[in-house]
Write a protein that binds this ligand. Structure first.
Ligand SMILES: *Cc1c(COP(=O)(O)O)cnc(C)c1O
Length: 395
């Protein structure tokens, strides 16, 4: 089929897309309308933690579709009970609220913090967030995000999100006042360019928020669900936050997200929070399958090992091509190119023949890698060799 035969104009224009229509996916590979195959280091934007269409998700969807798709959020259903229990048993949290996107989970966290502030802190409502952070595309989560230009894009913003600097505890302390209720951050800033919060900073934040009676909210929409080599990235810093949000990987590709908190913070009353699709059995059944895969003995250690292997290969690429360096945690990694050739590389990689390569460049001088957590060493070697060839051409 020719791309020209598709009428794509009924789709609202929101971004420049290449003239490709993807028709099939399996593991680390995607196939387009011409049958060309691509090694996929985007994986639906870090959502396909087990790769494209893994058997366990196919099975969970097929089985649950036959049983029950949606009884309404006014009733209990089995998969959501099971998934909530798996999440609380494997984290420091006691309560789970399911949502359909990372932004919606973060909205829930923001509402919970404001409610908690109303009840326990004299109506305090300000949530300190960070420059270069990304928390989603609703009005409140855009306001919480520290993305350049977002403060004016749909002005006026939702008030109450002063911005501090990541890894600078003094910049957080300076912003605390009587209106402050919480601090919210990504353990590794993903969209901002894979910038990890240091272990020292995470621990200092936990100490500071506890001392000042503030909530610590971790947005683990990108870093959670094994992405960084631990089930949740904050565990790498040995801290216990009050609130955590999950998205992306928890659904393995389908729309599922969650907001978790400790019992002490769970202060919603009937009618405070909800959503028509929230916790529906079809999506939460997939969440159960994903959690069970991640909790298999040896799975998370293998993510650490594969992450270390990818890191070593990227460092070697740096040496060979005189690039600046690499950074990240587990299988959320970035290559610092040292010059603004990211977009050029992304395009050239996609256009490689006979096999293409899908990459992401969140900043002009950076490539981000977010492979399936079960990516093989051969699939890493293959990507590195394709990228190495492109870097030689660009010299
Ligand atoms: C992707 C992302 C979000 C938004 O998730 P959506 O499902 O796109 O709403 C929020 N926070 C972080 C850290 C993310 O990476």
């Amino acid at each position: 089929m020719n791309f020209e035969q598709y009428d794509v104009n009924s789709l609202m224009f929101i971004t420049n897309r290449p003239p490709l229509v993807f028709t099939e996916g399996s593991g680390m590979w995607l196939t387009d309308h011409n049958g060309k195959r691509y090694l996929d280091y985007l994986q639906g934007w870090a959502v396909n933690c087990l790769g494209h269409s893994p058997q366990c998700i196919q099975d969970a969807l097929a089985a649950q579709t036959k049983k029950l798709i949606n009884p309404s959020p006014a009733f209990y259903n089995e998969p959501s009970i099971k998934l909530a229990a798996l999440l609380t048993a494997n984290s420091c949290f006691d309560r789970v609220f399911f949502a359909n996107s990372g932004a919606e989970a973060n909205e829930g966290a923001i509402k919970l913090a404001r409610k908690w502030g109303k009840k326990h802190k004299d109506g305090a409502f300000e949530i300190i967030s960070f420059n270069h952070s990304f928390h989603g595309r609703t009005l409140a989560t855009m306001s919480a995000s520290g993305k350049h230009g977002w403060d004016t894009l749909y002005a006026p913003q939702v008030p109450g999100f002063p911005k501090a600097e990541l890894n600078d505890i003094g910049s957080v302390e300076k912003l605390i006042n009587a209106n402050t209720v919480a601090v919210m951050l990504e353990p590794v800033q993903g969209e901002g360019g894979v910038i990890p919060a240091s272990r020292e900073f995470m621990q200092a934040l936990r100490e500071l928020t506890t001392r000042r009676g503030l909530l610590l909210i971790v947005d683990e929409v990108q870093t959670g669900m094994g992405r960084c080599g631990a089930l949740f990235a904050h565990q790498l810093s040995d801290i216990a936050p009050d609130v955590m949000t999950l998205g992306k990987g928890i659904g393995g590709g389908v729309p599922l997200a969650a907001m978790l908190c400790t019992e002490a913070v769970a202060c919603f009353e009937p009618g405070d929070q909800g959503g028509t699709y929230n916790g529906n059995p079809l999506m939460t059944a997939v969440g159960v399958a994903v959690m069970e895969a991640l909790l298999q003995p040896g799975f998370l250690p293998s993510v650490q090992e594969t992450g270390a292997y990818l890191r070593a290969e990227l460092l070697q690429l740096c040496q060979q091509h005189g690039l600046q360096g690499e950074r990240g945690e587990g299988l959320l990694r970035a290559l610092e190119l040292g010059r603004p050739i990211g977009a050029q590389l992304v395009e050239a990689a996609r256009e490689l023949q006979p096999l293409g390569l899908l990459l992401n460049s969140p900043r002009p001088d950076l490539l981000r890698f977010m492979p399936a957590l079960n990516v093989s060493r051969d699939e890493i070697k293959q990507m590195i060799s394709m990228l190495s060839g492109l870097l030689l051409q660009l010299k």
